[in-house]
Design a protein around this ligand. Structure first.
Ligand code: KG4
Ligand code: ZN
Length: 387
């Protein structure tokens, strides 16, 4: 079955054609990073306009690269939330219109569900090339960690009574109470005038600093031990800059960046003192330690031996390294998507949508976008813990 996936929840306009939930025939991503770079974050109004400009081109290119005509697509899967409402609507309305015009079935997919499927999709593709590779299995504990989300889920499957295909179930175990981890990377990069998006540049610069130089200490909170909080860490970086040499250096770097225009991470490094590189490395280490420790605590408390890590921050090289060390020591296994499938993409939406379609799910024209769209949150939980 050929599924056309469409994703536009934030600042990437994406379309992909995926065969039978596991063969990526095309995966087109038009990034808006250059549009938002000068603002140091995504500007929602600009994001919607960019999606409008790109959506038709991106869908056409996905079909062209897959070598299929639109009429040959069997069904469509679109992201219905969570995300920026104006951005979501562009992909969703385009998908609905295409499904209607082509008389093809349509399903809505939760963006977080897509991220979780990206780790599995990657594993299925890798195992086709190398069958001896470990198999990503369910149940698992999945960490979705990106610019908009930091959430832990227990994920399990049950077979559909008639089709015997897997139906996926999710229970949210914890989530961030303030900033997402990627958001903290982006905000700290902005404070230090390192550029946008912050995650990739911090990842590169942190290799040159001492991760233990600044004692940020563990992140502590009352209540659910599987929740996250990164805003305190960001504020701690801010306080280290205020009235200090590091702050003066960041202001100079900001001026230099404004004059220099586009610069490489090597050039940025040449504008960073050893103390700044230590601060960057220590900040990253604190975020990574917290993500690894809470995820492993979730695996332990649910007695699950398989961990999935997905979302833009899953690209982080130190995070991957620390996860690999930690799961080895604990006798667990961890699965990551490749960097291209870690950040926002439509192949993950098509892959997740495939199983919904197999289970008989169909969306009608009432399908609409949801800025907030919790995945796996039990109805009896207090509203304050949703989002
Ligand atoms: O999944 P994604 O593309 O979009 C959202 O759903 O948010 O994630 C983007 C986020 C940004 O905050 C970006 O800074 C972060 O992922 N990111 C990274 C790395 N690459 C991207 N964070 C840390 N290290 C990286 N290498
Ligand atoms: Zn995402």
């Amino acid at each position: 079955m050929l599924i056309l996936g469409i994703e536009s929840s934030c600042d990437e306009t994406a379309a992909a054609v995926v065969e039978d939930g596991e063969g990526i025939l095309s995966n087109i991503i038009a990034s808006q990073a250059l549009t938002h770079e000068k603002y140091g974050g995504v500007v929602p109004e600009l994001a919607s306009r960019e999606h409008l400009k790109k959506i038709a081109l991106v869908v056409d290119e996905a079909c062209r690269q897959a070598g299929v005509r639109l009429q040959e697509i069997d069904a469509l899967a679109v992201t219905e939330g969570p995300g920026l409402i104006g951005s979501l609507l562009v992909g969703l309305v385009y998908g609905k219109a295409l499904a209607q015009a082509l008389h093809k079935p349509l399903v809505g997919v939760n963006h977080l569900e897509g991220h979780i499927h990206s780790a599995w999709l990657e594993n299925k593709m890798a195992r086709r090339a190398t069958p001896s590779l470990g198999e990503a299995r369910f149940p698992n504990v999945s960490l979705v960690v990106s610019g908009g989300h930091t959430s832990l889920f227990r994920v399990w499957t049950e077979n559909h009574p008639h089709t015997h295909t897997p139906i996926f179930f999710y229970r949210q175990l914890g989530q961030t109470r303030d900033d997402a981890a990627g958001e903290a990377f982006d905000k700290v990069a902005k404070l230090l005038a390192l550029g946008y998006p912050g995650g990739p540049v911090i990842d590169k610069l942190a290799r040159f600093g001492n991760p233990h130089a600044v004692p940020f200490g563990p992140i502590r909170m009352k209540g659910n031990a599987l929740d996250f909080s990164f805003s305190g860490l960001k504020t701690a970086v801010l306080y280290r800059l205020r009235g200090s040499e590091l702050g003066v250096e960041a202001a100079k770097r900001r001026e230099w960046r404004n004059r220099a225009g586009r610069v490489t991470s090597e050039e940025i490094r040449s504008q960073c003192s050893e103390a700044t590189l230590d601060l960057i490395a220590s900040f990253q280490e604190a975020v990574v330690t917290d993500l690894v420790e809470r995820t492993l605590a979730a695996a332990k408390s649910t007695q699950i031996s398989s961990v999935f890590v997905a979302g833009g921050v899953a690209c982080n090289s130190r995070l991957r390294e620390r996860f690999r060390e930690a799961v080895k020591a604990a006798g667990l296994s961890v699965f990551f998507p490749s960097p291209l499938l870690s950040t926002d993409n439509a192949a993950m939406i098509a892959a997740a949508g495939y199983f919904k379609l197999l289970a008989g799910e169909r969306a009608d024209l009432s399908l609409t976008a949801h800025a907030s769209f919790p995945l796996g949150v039990a109805h009896h939980e207090p509203a304050a813990t949703r989002g």
